[in-house]
Design a protein around this ligand. Structure first.
Ligand SMILES: *Cc1c(COP(=O)(O)O)cnc(C)c1O
Length: 858
């Protein structure tokens, strides 16, 4: 053998594995295919019969897989499928449920107007889809279900997170462990969104020096499609794959990348999917970049300039703000922001300075604020309860300098909850018995709900007992399971489980453990609390649940504190903390407890929705008069802590509120619950439940909420948008040109003379006339362009002056831009007031003053 031969062995050149994705479905007998179709649409989540159907397939696996039918169908044995196939009862039920589903979907084939695109960072639809963390997401999820039920032409966009939000596990010491579980997307109710050639739709957004590619997934929520963008794919650099790993995880820079993907990528996804949305709804400021992408689309496609495009984008966008404190709004330091957004202003034909002003209230700010951007690019802005609408005016008022808070066009749509999702099937049966088979389709007819007064007391009382027992059994199972896993002392477990009482007055408190929610309030006076829960004739038990954000040390300490207390001898089985508050636990709690307690610091609870889920189930609400409860509370339909703040110092206020809570508990709630008639029924309690269902519940459904969004925002904005777009954007161009004309000379407008009748500055008499003459040089504008008004406010309230009168001047004459304005002021109220004069741009085409927020006080 020649040894100088270069090569005598063929060394393999194997390379690395080159994985391509395949998705393989389990083998279902053909006759059971309807099950598969049902599993791929979340419609089953709010239809009790469909839930029961899946449960029947294999009850143990159903529990084990946390009610995930996709996983269930994958794991059920072929033998079991064959059994089902031969189970006449099952097959009949399956076909009936399937027909119901088919009819539901058929009825939704031709949808009306407007076509709404809805954007949210999170959606709470089902526990198997871990793309929610709390109230914001739950609300968005409920809204999609309602859109489907009400045949609203709505399409939603969000992000698909590889690890979602964390699962809460408490260790032996009550410390919260945040567990992030890897999501296998083939085992949850999502599917690749395909184009007409069967290709998986992908979108790209620009990051510095590279592209970020996202796959688009589809979730079927009844007839509503939810599209989720997922960056965890091999087209991206390793570090970019993690952009969508966690909901509200990572640093602020990652949040910016997520929001670029959600907003800009979200619009691109809708375009690729062929949607022609008319109204764009931004649920919280996270998705505000949708406006930027839409602006540049209009500019490119229709050769509009930035200002013309802005007319269209503003007219067609609704921004819902959920945060009552300025610090709660997402914002990014300008340096980092510039690193990512540098190319954007060029596309919009703007300088960097003009561009960043879209996210600033004044030029000196060094952060770009997403809520400011959303406000600047939306005609409609709303808070999520009446009170929160007003609070939002305070939060956003710096954007509208020169206008008084009460004048701001920031409205509200109070949140609601999806009736069919949250109402126990036992209650649904009672509702159908008294409200008719048509219910809940006619839920917007509020009078229907009053028929609950016809239900006999025992029927309702027994139902409440049944639901409480169900809850206690559920808790026993979930609780002992968790406690065994964490190696809790078996004696303690037995003691706690043994003390849980299915007949005791049960009070629930579950929500995010953020400081303002004051989960600690109940524990201000432990001695008194102990007396309350340990009263042998009238026992009370409290059930707590909720997560604290992983970065919120105070929230975690509070959880630990409650867990510690729950282990003290006097509180065992009386105070319970159940770990991992999720949708299923929320349902069980809200249906099973007698009273739902909420103790936020007013006015920091923007709306709150869990209490609404309770009232659908006759769970009585006991809360601070904050958020939705300000509107919901009626005498004899629950309990309220007074609205007015007594103390500036929070600790004193807490002390007072805690005392009030104990008093109301002892003197009213416990007393009423245990005050029984001969049949063992508390008539007064049942009456309160009936009042709650008749008078409170109907106003807090997503049905009512959907209707409000249509009448207050979607429909008026649709009409205006269409007008603005007509005839090749004629009106958009005119308005934009007019605004530019006004703004170009605004700062030069000169007031030449103000002549006030004698008396105005001294003493006036009601009914007498006092002429005011003002001469202004409008610098090329006309008296039709610029209005002058007199504002009279109450004297003395410096911070939030209340307007008493607002009167427009008439233009007497105009010559060479010099205009004479006159008003014969005739005061109508006696008293002491302040007055001011101000100029403002005047045009009937503006939807409201803040649409063009110039104002000049003289
Ligand atoms: C309803 C709900 C929330 C929001 O409750 P709030 O009352 O708004 O705090 C949070 N988490 C889950 C699981 C819910 O069901």
């Amino acid at each position: 053998m020649k040894t100088d031969d270069k090569k005598n062995i063929n060394w393999p050149e194997n390379g690395q594995p080159n994985w391509k994705k395949i998705i393989v479905e389990s083998h279902l007998p053909e006759t059971l295919e309807p099950l598969r179709e049902l599993s791929k649409n979340l419609w089953w989540v709010w239809n009790s019969r469909a839930i029961e159907l899946f449960k029947y397939v294999e009850p143990k696996l159903w529990e084990e897989f946390d009610n995930n039918p996709v996983l269930l169908l994958e794991e059920v044995s072929y033998k079991r499928f064959q059994e089902l196939n031969n189970d006449q009862h099952f097959m009949t039920e399956m076909h009936q449920v399937y027909d119901q589903f088919k009819n539901y979907m058929d009825e939704r084939k031709n949808l009306g107007s407007p076509q709404v695109a809805y954007f949210s960072m999170e959606y709470g639809l089902h526990d198997s889809l871990k793309i929610y963390s709390g109230g914001l997401g739950m609300l968005a999820g409920d809204y999609l279900k309602e859109a489907s039920d009400m045949k609203v032409n709505l399409t939603a966009v969000g992000l698909l997170y590889r690890y979602g939000y964390f699962k809460q596990v408490l260790n032996l010491h009550g410390e919260q462990m945040a567990n992030y579980e890897f999501q296998d997307f083939s085992k949850i109710p999502v599917q690749p969104a395909l184009d007409e050639n069967g290709e998986w739709i992908k979108v790209q957004v620009d990051l510095p020096g590279r592209k970020l590619t996202a796959c688009v997934w589809q979730v079927n929520v009844g007839s509503v499609k939810l599209y989720l963008l997922d960056a965890d794919n091999p087209a991206n650099q390793e570090q970019d794959r993690s952009v969508t790993h966690h909901l509200y995880g990572g640093d602020n820079e990652n949040r910016l990348k997520q929001e670029i993907l959600l907003g800009i990528g979200g619009i691109r996804a809708l375009n690729k999917l062929g949607y022609n949305s008319e109204i764009f709804h931004c649920n919280e400021g996270h998705a505000a970049f949708i406006g930027l992408e839409r602006l540049s689309n209009y500019m490119e496609k229709y050769q509009l300039n930035f200002f013309e495009a802005k007319e269209v984008v503003r007219a067609s966008t609704v921004f819902t703000t959920h945060t009552p404190v300025p610090a709660g709004h997402d914002s990014f330091h300008e340096n980092m922001f510039k690193y990512y957004m540098d190319p954007v202003p060029k596309r919009l034909g703007l300088s960097w300075e003009d561009f960043v002003r879209l996210g600033k209230a004044n030029v000196h700010e060094d952060h770009f604020n997403m809520s400011y951007l959303a406000s600047n690019l939306s005609q409609g802005i709303n808070g999520v309860s009446k009170l929160h609408g007003d609070v939002s005016k305070t939060v956003l008022k710096s954007l509208y300098e020169g206008y008084l808070e009460e004048e701001l066009e920031i409205g509200y749509v109070t949140n609601g909850v999806h009736y069919s999702t949250w109402t126990a099937k036992e209650w649904k049966a009672i509702h159908n018995e008294y409200f008719g088979e048509e219910f809940p389709r006619n839920q917007l007819d509020f009078d229907v709900w009053s028929r609950i007064y016809k239900a006999p007391e025992e029927q309702i009382w027994n139902l409440r007992n049944t639901l409480r027992k169900k809850l206690i059994n559920y808790i026993k199972a979930r609780f002992s399971d968790n406690w065994v896993k964490r190696n809790e002392n078996p004696k303690l477990i037995t003691e706690v489980i043994g003390k849980l009482n299915p007949n005791a007055l049960t009070i629930g408190f579950a929500r995010r453990f953020a400081t303002y929610k004051r989960g600690y309030l109940l524990f201000r006076n432990l001695e008194r609390l102990s007396k309350i829960v340990n009263n042998p004739e009238r026992p009370v038990q409290f059930i707590f649940a909720g997560k604290a954000h992983p970065a919120d040390k105070a929230g975690q300490d509070l959880i630990k504190y409650i867990v510690d207390i729950s282990k003290r001898p006097e509180f065992r089985g009386k105070i319970l903390f159940i770990q991992n508050y999720d949708i299923n636990l929320a349902k069980m709690l809200l249906q099973g407890v007698d009273v739902w307690l909420n103790t936020p610091t007013r006015p920091l609870e923007a709306s709150g929705t869990s209490g609404m889920k309770g009232v659908m189930n006759g769970t009585l609400h006991f809360s601070v008069l904050d958020g939705w409860w300000v509107e919901g509370y009626r005498k004899d339909s629950g309990w309220a802590l007074p609205a007015e703040r007594t103390y500036e110092v929070q600790d004193f206020q807490d002390e007072l509120d805690a005392e009030t809570i104990y008093n109301i508990l002892e003197e009213e709630i416990i007393h009423t619950f245990y005050d029984r008639n001969k049949e063992g029924v508390s008539v007064e309690w049942v009456d309160t439940i009936k009042n709650t269902i008749a008078q409170v519940a109907p106003h807090f459904t997503t049905g009512r909420m959907m209707q409000d969004y249509h009448t207050r925002y979607y429909l008026p904005q649709l009409e205006r948008t269409n007008n603005i777009k007509n005839e090749n954007f004629k009106w958009a161009k005119e308005l934009a040109a007019w605004k530019q004309k006004v703004s170009s000379v605004w700062n030069e407008i000169e007031v030449l003379n103000i002549n006030v009748a004698e008396g105005v500055n001294n003493m006036m008499t009601v009914g007498r006339e006092y002429p005011i003459n003002v001469e202004v040089n409008l610098k090329g504008l006309s008296g039709n362009d610029i209005g002058l008004e007199l504002i009279v406010v109450e004297n003395g309230v410096e911070e939030k002056p209340q307007i008493v009168e607002r009167l427009d001047f008439n233009v007497k004459s105009c010559e060479n831009s010099i205009c004479q304005y006159i008003l014969n002021y005739s005061p109508v109220h006696p008293g002491s007031f302040n007055y001011g004069l101000r100029l403002y741009p005047k045009n009937e085409g503006l939807p409201h003053r803040q649409d063009f927020k110039y104002v000049k006080w003289l």
